[in-house]
Design a binder for this molecule. Structure first.
Ligand code: PMM
Length: 289
């Protein structure tokens, strides 16, 4: 039985994230939301101040700092394990100073290579996601024509990132890799990656996956006219992914609805820990048992 994955709950302190833009922009609202996610069973709170929705424009660094730092400080003060979702070295440094112990960089160090020095210096955990370009033009990069398609490309490009991360002085046991579902990926690419995480796992680092609310789920669940399922109605599909990936042994899952994911993981744990002998030979018990 695989270890239960870490649940990373998302707190987007942005006006424009596709999944929950604007809902937690005020610091008090973001802090309250973080506390709610902790109560729901989050292991890590991922605080982000830049929307990476396809087509999004970047905030100024001052704007990003102003959004995330007060929220990180308050939640770290509460004793939460806090991650900062940023591509900028300056924001990562301020976040670590405010109490963050994880840097979640969707660019894997490509957007601002100095972020690797910040991470190395601080000794914090570093999530390196597969990324090819900023949100305003990432769609142009969703091409995976080489041998092995998207699965091999993501593995190879992340392996190259790992070399740079190690060269910057980050300890190997601090590194987590993420296939970057939806980032410079068409829906089919995200499904292929989910189907075959093996080559990525074989690089030897823990793997984090963020499928929650993404458009490839909206497309799968489209209505008969082809209209994608709205963002806030994709949770059951994410719960199915949570169960499957828990069984496949991923290290962590980045989710918006922590309660749903935690419930699903409890079921996986309960079933996985039930000795076969206990269930064999039990007859005549109703579903309520
Ligand atoms: N997805 C988003 C933002 N940050 N970080 C990691 N490590 N993995 C992801 O898949 C990921 C991420 C975009 O989703 P959001 O707008 O709902 O936060």
């Amino acid at each position: 039985m695989a270890r239960t994955p870490v649940l990373m709950g998302v707190v987007n302190v942005t006006p424009d994230s596709f999944s929950d833009g604007g809902r937690w922009l005020a610091p008090d609202a973001a802090i309250a939301h973080g506390r709610e996610l902790l109560a729901d069973g989050a292991d890590i709170l991922d605080i982000g101040g830049e929307s990476t929705r396809p087509g999004a424009t970047r905030p100024l660094v001052e704007e990003e700092l102003g959004r995330v730092v007060p929220v990180i400080a308050a939640l770290a003060q509460d004793g939460a394990t806090v991650s900062v979702d940023t591509m900028r070295a300056e924001v990562a440094a301020a976040a670590v100073a405010a109490g963050a112990t994880v840097v979640n960089d969707v660019s894997g160090g490509l957007a601002d290579p100095r972020i690797l020095e910040v991470v190395a210096e601080a000794g914090v955990r570093y999530v390196a996601m597969h990324w090819r370009a900023h949100a305003d033009h990432m769609r142009d990069f969703a091409v995976y024509d080489g041998p092995g398609g998207v699965v091999a490309a993501v593995r190879d490009e992340l392996a190259t990132r790992v070399e740079a991360i190690l060269a910057a002085g980050v300890a190997p046991d601090r590194i987590v890799l993420d296939p970057g579902l939806g980032f410079a990926k068409k829906a089919g690419h995200s499904w292929e990656l989910l189907q075959d995480l093996g080559p990525l796992t074989a690089l030897g680092y823990p793997v984090l996956v963020g499928a929650s609310r993404k458009s490839f789920l909206g497309r799968l669940l489209a209505d008969p006219s082809g209209t994608a399922r709205p963002v806030d109605q994709r949770e059951h599909a994410n719960t199915a992914i949570t169960v499957l990936l828990a069984q496949r042994g991923v290290w962590g899952l980045r989710v918006h609805d922590v309660r749903a994911a935690r419930d699903a993981l409890r079921v996986v744990e309960r079933l996985g820990s039930t000795p076969a002998a206990q269930t064999r030979g039990t007859t005549g018990r109703g579903a309520g048992g």
